[in-house]
Write a protein of this length. Sequence first.
Length: 437
Amino acid sequence: MSKQTNSALKKVLKPVHLWALAVGLVISGEYFGWNYGWSVAGTMGFLIATLIITVLYITFIFSFTELTTSIPQAGGPFDYALKAFGPTGGLIAGYATLIEFVFAPPAIAFALGSYVHFLHNGIPVMYTAVACYIIFTIINLSGIKESAVFNLIVTILAVIELLVFIGIVSPAFKTENFMQNNLPFGYAGIFAAIPFAIWFYLGIEGVAMVAEEVTEPRRNIPKGYIAGIATLVLLALAVMIFSGGVGNWKSLSTIDYPLPASISMVLGQTNSWTKIFAGIGLFGLIASFHSLIIGYSRQIFALSRSGFLPGFLSSVNAKFQTPHWALIAGMLVGLLSLFTGTTDKVIIISALGAVVMYCISMISLFKLRKQPTHQPSFKTPLYPWFPAIALLLSIVSLIAIIYYNFLLSIIFFAGLVVAFIMFRLFNKNSATLNNSL
């Protein structure tokens, strides 16, 4: 590692990179994880949950874009809440965002291992998962432009693959398959499925974490966000609906490779297309895994720079201008997480962090709108309705996740309390932060 010289990040990202990051952060959600929603809600129950969450994300992204363009800082939600509510608000938003972005990659790494194991039974899942963390952390250490170009390539390949998937399975779609026992747990299942519907879109807000590295952020960030959410809505609905109608959807509801399994229902397990699809299916998982590493490293960097985490984590490599210690710290936490939970539990706790962050971000928008210094280049359409709808649906989602996952929720909020106590006891800059806001 080269010696740190400053904490400035390099401005090189353009709209196409932002679209790739927005889609890349999320696209693994179309490959796995969402199907666990079928196990708690059935096909129709999960479709209803997904439509509700789709409305949440459309209204949220248009509102969130206003925050990102007006405060283009690497901390994203942390910086918005810090400006609106001071250190306490910043701590809540930073903690929630960190949980979301640090706990999503272990689920994806495990899915990557499952896909490789599906292709080659002799390769253990955990070996692949650990190797992915090491390899993609090294790629991210090489520089944001290099990481963004790599991300653009794998995201385009992942989108093309999903379109190929839709083309293969859609002719085999049968309504009677999709509608078979489609609401097994009644309307209560809709609420239980919410975290898995969130998984379809979770992470798109991570574009905010590279705002400091965007050329002309006030003009280019809206382009990236809007193109990204449009792409994801179309892909999510198509993948879920067509997958549910090709055969017995129950057999797909508890595995980490539902798309290759869906194709095998159509073409047969031994068909060469089934194996080929499973192989190139890795691109979608890689795109999200790589993008989330970018996201959590910038969040750790921003929290450290503001005094909420140890100062060395905001060190920037002199040669590559990347936050190297933040990348390494996030990798170590992720590796520990790999050995502590199943995929569905990691998805739930990541979704919990997301909805808490969505709530405080929308509340921050309402607060900042009252400040004369808040002059965004992009204004939320249909304000205040869009942020109000996003906030309301985020609160509903939060209540549903807590109700159906009480123990995980206790762990999440206990962690927040511990973080708050430690910040108050040990952070020497808290008084300075209070005075400067």
